[in-house]
Write a protein that binds this ligand. Structure first.
Ligand SMILES: [Zn+2]
Length: 591
């Protein structure tokens, strides 16, 4: 829900009360030229934004924060109108140039911005080993500190970026460099290729005396580089090798080659996040990205691959297809978290698949049980709320929901649904409903109600199962559910293969096939992929030799919550499990 504006001023000003820009101007392309010397606290910029006006208007609103505007104009139908700048709020400005008709127009603004040497967001600068560098971290709402723009994910446009820098410096941005032209007084102008459509928050640039580790090409011939502070290029080798391992896996899974031309990994001395997935210029904290070759360890390589699988995974989930609003940011972060675990599982034998994801889900459930938990989807309507865009729930519960959907709909059907979703919304925006439609098309099952249950409410569903066997009818499995909403449950029993049912009401009876004898055991989370807690009054001891590792680990966590003698006995057996995650979790549960 969006709060209503509480008063009305002149036309247009009503929107200055809202966190979101009005719908009457839609950007089509943004051209940015910057002049940056990282040793100076200020930088100069000019933008030219092609827009479509949906209605006649006199004021066009766009985002700008802490920028000093020197001049502004609007060109329409070949006439340039000088414009007045209306300060709207600390987040936006209005460009007032008279009356404009619906149709194409171009806004031009000259301005000055700041390169803070303490900030972690927006454009900022740092001194590294005696040299000044400029960096950016824009997500979610800080691109507006670097240039006036339409700073919301629903506005995706191509970007033409060029940066004037001192000749001793290098410059990088999302696109590959297409030219470098010397200018007077020791400057040069570096131009970058026009980007694919990107939201403002995914634009990035960097200026300084960087060094570059050339990682050759990976996957479908994408050039890979690691950009480091001066003198540290060799420390980028492990990162380039990780990309060579991970990028082809993501291309194979999605069926779509990497779409952003080149892939640079840039080391930041400081940043608000562990990494940011800017297409073509992914940024990381230095200590997560770089390592001197002699200090490379298996653990560092694994962590780096998992981090890259998340960030490169975003190039499909978040960048190729962007959530239409921050409310749906789980379509980026849930997916990147889920696909990172899935790509990392490819290094493991099949019996160890999902163990990492299930352990992460258990940590998430502990948070989700707490009264302070929040739903995955919440409305973002203010700068304060925007701080919560990247809440842990969005990542971890989002990923656990995807694991559940994959288990319920089927691994191949789920992948085919995701490929359809990516192809249909390629270079555009999408919503949770778009995802549901694609998954329904590929699997024949509509996940809309399940998604609504798990995304829009906090908490963990609690299930209980009971076998009902009598002489006159086939055995039945009665499943009761303590929480409202739709929960897909995949179950199996001795001599009865796995199948799935969506539980709607508080109690459901599932009939087993004709001729089935009363099973010796049943298990309510086939594959261990469901996001719910099963309560056991009697632990399924005879099932243990039949359960997969993922199911046994899930069982350990469920038994821990059951706290009865049967559960304790089963946990005591699981302490000697062959998989260390399972035996350790069982030992912990018995403490
Ligand atoms: Zn992410």
């Amino acid at each position: 829900m969006r709060p209503l504006a509480c008063f009305t001023l002149i036309a247009g000003s009503v929107f200055s009360q809202s966190f979101y820009l009005p719908d009457d101007a839609v950007p089509r392309k943004e051209t940015v030229q910057l002049t940056i010397d990282p040793s100076r606290e200020t930088f100069e910029g000019s933008v030219s934004i092609d827009i479509d006006l949906k209605a006649a208007t006199s004021v066009i609103w766009l985002n700008a924060k802490n920028l000093t505007i020197n001049s502004a104009s609007i060109e329409q139908a070949g006439t340039v109108h000088p414009a007045k700048v209306i300060p709207g709020s600390s987040e936006r400005i209005g460009i007032d140039g008279g009356q404009f008709a619906p149709g194409a127009a171009t806004i031009r603004i000259m301005y000055q911005g700041r390169l803070d040497d303490k900030a972690l967001a927006g454009p900022y600068r740092r001194k590294v080993e005696g040299e000044w560098y400029a960096y950016t971290t824009f997500a979610a709402i800080e691109a507006r500190r670097a240039f006036p723009c339409f700073d919301e994910p629903r506005f995706k446009t191509p970007w033409d970026i060029s940066i004037r820098v001192k000749r001793e410096n290098k410059a990088f941005s999302n696109g590959r460099q297409i030219s470098e032209i010397d200018e007077p007084n020791g400057w040069k102008l570096v131009k970058f290729a026009t980007t694919e459509p990107l939201p403002a928050e995914m634009v990035a640039f960097a200026v300084g005396p960087f060094d570059v580790y050339d990682g050759g090409v990976a996957g479908h011939e994408t050039p890979v580089r690691v950009i480091t502070a001066k003198g540290h290029a060799e420390e980028g080798r492990a990162a380039a090798q990780a990309t060579a391992a991970i990028l082809p896996r993501l291309e194979a899974y999605t069926g779509i080659p990497y779409a952003f031309g080149k892939l640079d990994h840039l080391a930041l001395p400081a940043g608000a996040y562990g990494a940011v997935e800017n297409p073509g210029l992914i940024t990381y904290r230095t200590k997560s990205l770089l390592v001197p070759p002699k200090q490379e360890t298996a653990a560092f390589t694994r962590a780096l691959r998992a981090l890259q699988a998340h960030e490169i995974g975003h190039q499909w989930f978040g960048n190729l297809v962007t959530q239409a609003s921050w409310d749906d940011v789980w379509l980026s972060e849930g997916f990147a978290t889920w696909i990172s675990a899935k790509m990392m599982d490819q290094d493991l034998p099949p019996e160890r698949v999902h163990l990492t994801a299930i352990a992460a889900r258990e940590r998430m459930m502990a948070v989700d049980y707490s009264a302070r938990s929040r739903p995955v989807r919440i409305a973002i309507n203010s700068r304060e709320a925007a701080r919560d865009v990247y809440n842990r729930v969005v990542y971890e519960k989002g990923a656990a929901i995807l694991l559940m959907l994959e288990g319920w709909l089927g691994e191949d059907q789920f992948r085919d649904g995701l490929r359809a979703y990516l192809n249909e919304h390629r270079f555009g925006s999408a919503t949770t409903d778009d995802l549901a439609a694609a998954l329904r098309g590929a699997s024949g099952n509509d996940p809309s109600r399940v998604l609504s249950t798990f995304l829009n409410t906090a908490g963990v569903p609690e299930l209980r199962g009971q076998l009902l066997c009598d002489r006159d009818s086939p055995p039945r499995l009665r499943v009761t559910k303590a929480n409202p909403g739709s929960v897909p449950v995949c179950w199996r029993a001795s001599r009865v293969p796995s199948s799935c049912t969506v539980l709607e009401g508080p109690s459901t009876e599932i009939a087993m096939p004709m001729g089935t004898a009363c099973p010796a055991w049943f298990y309510l989370n086939s594959g261990g992929t469901g996001y719910y807690r099963t309560h056991w009054t009697q632990a399924p001891l005879p099932a243990l030799p039949e359960l997969s590792s993922a199911e046994r680990l899930t069982l350990v966590y469920d038994l821990r919550a059951s706290k009865n003698a049967a559960a304790q006995a089963a946990l005591a057996r699981l302490v000697s499990d062959a998989e260390p995650e399972i035996s350790n979790a069982a030992r912990e549960a018995l403490k």
